[in-house]
Ligand binder design. Structure first.
Ligand SMILES: NC(=O)c1ccc[n+]([C@@H]2O[C@H](COP(=O)([O-])OP(=O)(O)OC[C@H]3O[C@@H](n4cnc5c(N)ncnc54)[C@H](OP(=O)(O)O)[C@@H]3O)[C@@H](O)[C@H]2O)c1
Length: 311
């Protein structure tokens, strides 16, 4: 089968669409005929080896971890899926940008509802489930105010919408070009991260400070810059890492690798299918241009998700 492959740790333009052996579904797994895949920042680090101390990979690496398509075969013991079922999946660290991929039955695999085409579905798993886990970890509640830093990217796309749907007042980072876009996702206010201090701009809108910061950009001590936007006793949550305690009773929560609960992916897919969740595909590429998709994802400002369609 054809796949987007890194044969060794390489620069981003070193990935190629080439032939690799087709995987087979083992016990408890399904083989998916991929129709679309999406990219995430971790894909870039896995290609280059930037995080090989934490996430070493086996080569050849089939790039990508978000896929959508139809079930081609089911492995031993699988009863919940049958060949032909439309599905959406998080494949782990690799395997998605390919004609076929294998996924274990569990919270990272869901049936794709009618009305959710494969490209939109592929744009959901990693970012959507991470957003879900972040809001759950920080216990965001109706009526709270939340600043989302990194709102224009993949996780931000879902974090803004899910926070707004919980009944929170959302302030989102966006340049003026993207301000209407994030308001369309449900943000009530915006702060321009390229035009000054994000915390100061936020405090001008919420003088006592927000209840929650979802910071998708900063890590380590740099998180203290956005933690200043919090009220005393506020909570910061991040998919990266940083201090537990910022003073003033402000605490940090870090999810590490996200842990989806059963039903999370189904819920996101259902919301996308019936229009409650917008899926922003800022750029879509045919499989033959997958290398370009990787370069553009790394180098260009693209709203929401980058999707690759697979014939
Ligand atoms: N722990 C986990 O399980 C987990 C899961 C998924 C992701 N992550 C991590 O979470 C982070 C975010 O992921 P993502 O998929 O949302 O990334 P993404 O799609 O690349 O989005 C990042 C967004 O933030 C914007 N941005 C850049 N600098 C900013 C700043 N200083 N202030 C505000 N916004 C800024 C970017 O704009 P430009 O395009 O202009 O740069 C882009 O729109 C990554 O580091 C990723 O590795 C962790």
């Amino acid at each position: 089968m054809k796949a987007l492959v890194a044969r060794e740790y390489t620069t981003l333009d070193g990935v190629v669409v080439t032939d690799v052996p087709q995987p087979a579904a083992g016990p408890g797994e399904v083989l998916v005929k991929v129709e679309a895949a999406a990219l995430n920042p971790l894909d870039l680090a896995l290609i280059t080896g930037a995080m090989k101390g934490v996430f070493p990979v086996e080569h050849p690496l089939v790039v990508g971890m978000d896929a959508s398509g139809t079930v081609a075969e089911v492995g031993e013991g699988v009863t919940a899926y049958t060949p032909g079922d439309p599905v959406v999946a998080f494949t782990g660290q690799a395997g998605a940008v390919a004609e076929y991929t294998v996924v274990a039955v569990g919270p990272h695999l869901a049936k794709r509802p009618a009305g959710l085409a494969a490209p939109r579905a592929a744009a959901i798993p990693e970012s959507g489930m991470t957003a879900t886990c972040l809001l759950r970890a920080v216990g965001l509640a109706a009526g709270e105010s939340v600043l989302v830093v990194g709102a224009t990217g993949g996780i931000g796309l879902y974090a803004v919408q899910l926070a707004a749907s919980l009944g929170a007042k959302v302030i989102a980072t966006a340049t003026p070009d993207d301000a209407d876009y994030v308001r369309g996702l449900g943000a009530q206010g915006t702060v321009d991260y390229k035009a000054g201090d994000v915390a100061e701009q936020t405090l001008r809108q919420v003088p006592d400070g927000v209840d929650v910061v979802v910071d998708l950009i900063n890590r380590g001590d740099a998180l203290s810059t956005t933690a200043r936007a919090l009220r005393d006793g506020g909570r910061l949550v991040s998919p990266l890492f940083g201090p537990q305690d910022f003073g003033r009773g402000v605490t940090g929560v870090y999810i590490g690798s996200f842990t989806a609960e059963p039903g999370d992916l189904e819920d996101l897919a259902a919301r996308a299918a019936d229009g409650r969740l917008r899926v922003e595909m800022g750029a879509t590429y045919p499989f033959a241009d997958a290398r370009q998709a990787v370069s553009d994802f790394a180098g260009k400002h693209i709203r929401g998700k980058v999707v690759i369609t697979v014939p």
